[in-house]
Design a protein around this ligand. Structure first.
Ligand code: TRP
Length: 332
């Protein structure tokens, strides 16, 4: 039974505090996958350092993300929860795959192009190589499905291409991963500029809501969210701010566009915004409480990530040994 389950791999990198976008677009949906799939949920700390990190922030965020996974309802007995750097196979496989990847492919990645544009000239080689490490993450577990946002599709396709190339050169080794796109996998936009995805790297703090933002901050940010002068709650591309707030409400309260449009007919934005804020607060508050509890219990967290990395190491090493053998390395 266990064996026949499809494998899911995903993760978030601790390069900034997680936002409502990370929660509604990713983590909340992972909770629904745990019954049906064999899931690996990882904290991608090795990916975080592709751009400069303050060590104490990296440390804090890595544990906080693990705590958020748990607080959101990801069951550590049903899933493998671990920290990427605790499983050396990721780095080892990444080197082997780096040697099966072309400079040309890597330079075409839009994330690399975008990020290196704003970096003021000092771009790490790690940022360039980011997709090969991500390919290693995915391929080591023979992952079938990878729940990621659209911005990661190009990297996923690259992982698939590398896998196909390896399989062709050295015989069948890797399962070919596909994107898992949930119906409800909402893309949450910036509250100040709803043409952009909500992001923790945004300079204007009013543009995003953090999972750990206190209720009064959430209320203030929603209240300040950009709307328009039409004054009608309607889901369309002329009213991107309103559309985004509706998406948030739909995802949290499980209601339809029509239900929201009907409810706020003739009411203007003030009540609508209040309700959106309360929906967010009531969704996040219990998660915040639990997250803080887990963070306060370091021994428990340690037990979780140790158990997770044992399991992950066992599974990934099997694939890594196959790769090494096929490439011609002497077995240890
Ligand atoms: N690149 C992903 C992101 O920024 C994070 C990530 C790293 C990841 N390795 C992964 C996601 C493997 C899914 C699978 O969101």
């Amino acid at each position: 039974m266990e064996e026949s389950k499809k494998v899911i791999f995903s993760g978030v990198k601790p390069s900034g505090d997680l936002t409502l976008g990370n929660y509604l677009g990713a983590i909340k949906n992972w909770v629904k996958l745990q019954e049906e799939y064999e899931c690996y949920f990882c904290v991608m700390d090795l990916h975080a350092i592709t751009v400069k990190q303050e060590p104490k922030d990296l440390r804090r965020r890595t544990l906080e993300i693990l705590a958020i996974y748990l607080a959101s309802g990801i069951d550590p007995d049903k899933n493998t929860l671990f920290i990427q750097s605790h499983v050396p196979a990721h780095c080892e496989a990444s080197w082997l795959l780096t040697c099966c990847t072309y400079m040309g492919e890597l330079s075409r990645m839009t994330q690399y192009k975008d990020k290196s544009k704003n970096s003021g000239g000092s771009i790490s080689a790690g940022l360039f190589n980011y997709p090969t490490l991500m390919a290693a993450d995915i391929l080591l577990y023979q992952s079938n499905l990878v729940p990621v946002g659209k911005d990661q599709f190009q990297h996923l396709e690259m992982a698939r291409n590398i896998a196909e190339r390896f399989n062709k050169t050295y015989s069948d080794t890797f399962a070919l991963p596909e994107a898992y796109t949930a119906k409800a996998g909402a893309k949450i936009m910036d509250l100040q500029d709803p043409t952009k995805k909500m992001s923790k790297s945004e300079k204007n703090v009013n543009g995003y809501i953090l999972i750990m933002d206190p209720p009064e901050v959430i209320r203030k940010k929603v209240n300040r969210a950009v709307t328009d002068s039409l004054g009608v709650v309607k889901y369309n591309d002329e009213q991107l701010g309103v559309k985004n707030l509706m998406t948030i409400l739909m995802t949290i309260n499980n209601v339809t566009i029509e239900e929201i449009e009907n409810k706020y007919q003739g009411l203007g934005y003030s009540q609508f915004k209040k309700d959106v804020a309360e929906a967010i607060v009531s969704e996040l508050e219990p998660i915040q409480v639990k997250t803080k509890e887990y963070i306060g219990n370091k021994a428990y967290l340690e037990g979780i990530y140790k158990k997770g990395s044992d399991k992950a190491s066992y599974v990934s090493n099997k694939t890594l040994r196959k790769m090494q053998k096929k490439m011609g390395f002497i077995p240890r």
